[in-house]
Design a protein around this ligand. Structure first.
Ligand SMILES: [Zn+2]
Length: 324
């Protein structure tokens, strides 16, 4: 993780500073002993990254040391730089039709927004195009791109350090097929990434959550660490106010109660300050473009309905409390 140097100014808490000193001494010893040669010595000067690992392990130095060792081992095993530079998931466009997703503009406090719509999921199509490993590699590439490119640009715009993605996940239209054991293995593969990307989620709104989401969440919550769980806000159909508290109207798609209508569809536009105007346009097959338009139309016209087997909760207050 390459991070700007001014973030450490935010480490003012005495306990954090003490833990950071111990953590560094620990790592120095390991590096000197060369028993974990894969730990990059440069990490010792990167307070910004070290503090993320410490905070993720509630300042427990021993656990944070284990976490960072596992992180470097994983980096080596999967050849992370290679994934960031050269990995292209060949079914990316078809995946976008099954789970429309993408980055779209910024929150009020300057974090990049990632949106995903779950209700177009068709298991038979999904399992045909991707293995859990594909999805994990693809997600790794997406996260690495955000860290190495988007966060930097967002930090420059804000004039202070930005590290984190704000998620908006729409569960309208899901059916009980997301409850399969096979699908659970994909969720598990993605959830594993939180061990390597501490604090990657700045916040998350789950919208249009109904009975099925609750069942799904109850099965998956063991995979999500408690700190991350606290960052997730859950809404039924009355989510607009909650989203507009975090996101300016012009940055929120019209279909989520905002005012944005990107010509190529907000879910597919990658709109944001990171979008390069001189980027060579990738040739996207006609049938994919047509399907994207259809999906955008379905979203804009509210034609994606809750499935009959789901009951979406309305809540006057907006946010819904889940059992922890
Ligand atoms: Zn848009």
């Amino acid at each position: 993780m390459e991070i700007s140097n001014d973030f450490h100014e935010s480490i003012k808490d005495k306990k954090e500073i003490e833990a950071l000193d111990k953590f560094k001494a620990n790592l120095k010893e390991i590096i000197n002993k060369k028993d974990k040669a894969f730990i990059n010595p440069l990490i010792l000067s990167d307070n910004d990254t070290l503090i993320l690992f410490l905070r993720a392990r509630k300042l427990n130095v021993k656990k944070a040391t284990q976490m960072i060792s596992d992180y470097f081992q994983w980096r080596e095993n999967i050849k992370l730089d290679e994934i960031y530079l050269n990995y292209h998931f060949k079914e990316k466009h078809r995946l976008e039709l099954i789970f429309p997703h993408g980055f779209h503009k910024l929150t009020k406090d300057g974090y990049p927004i990632y949106m995903q719509v779950m209700g177009h999921y068709k298991p038979e199509e999904f399992f045909k195009i991707a293995t859990p490993e594909d999805i994990s590699n693809y997600a790794t590439k997406v996260i690495e791109t955000a860290i190495r490119e988007y966060f930097k640009i967002c930090s420059q715009i804000k004039g202070s350090f930005i590290y984190g993605i704000f998620g908006v996940i729409d569960f309208k239209g899901i059916n009980s097929s997301i409850m399969s054991k096979k699908f659970y293995n994909y969720v598990k593969a993605i959830a594993k990434l939180q061990d390597y990307y501490p604090e990657i989620l700045s916040g998350c709104c789950v919208i249009n959550s109904g009975l099925l989401f609750r069942t799904f969440y109850a099965a998956c919550k063991v995979l999500i660490d408690s700190k991350t769980r606290k960052k997730i806000k859950v809404y039924g159909t009355k989510y607009q106010q909650g989203l507009l508290e975090k996101i300016d109207k012009e940055n929120l798609p019209k279909f989520f109660g905002g005012a944005c209508e990107c010509p190529e569809g907000c879910l597919f536009s990658n709109a944001g300050p990171w979008k390069k105007s001189d980027e060579v346009k990738e040739k996207i097959p006609e049938d994919i473009l047509k399907r994207r338009q259809e999906i955008t139309h379905i979203m804009n016209t509210g034609k994606l309905q809750a499935s009959p087997e789901d009951q979406i909760k309305d809540n006057e207050k907006g946010e819904i409390e889940l059992d922890d």
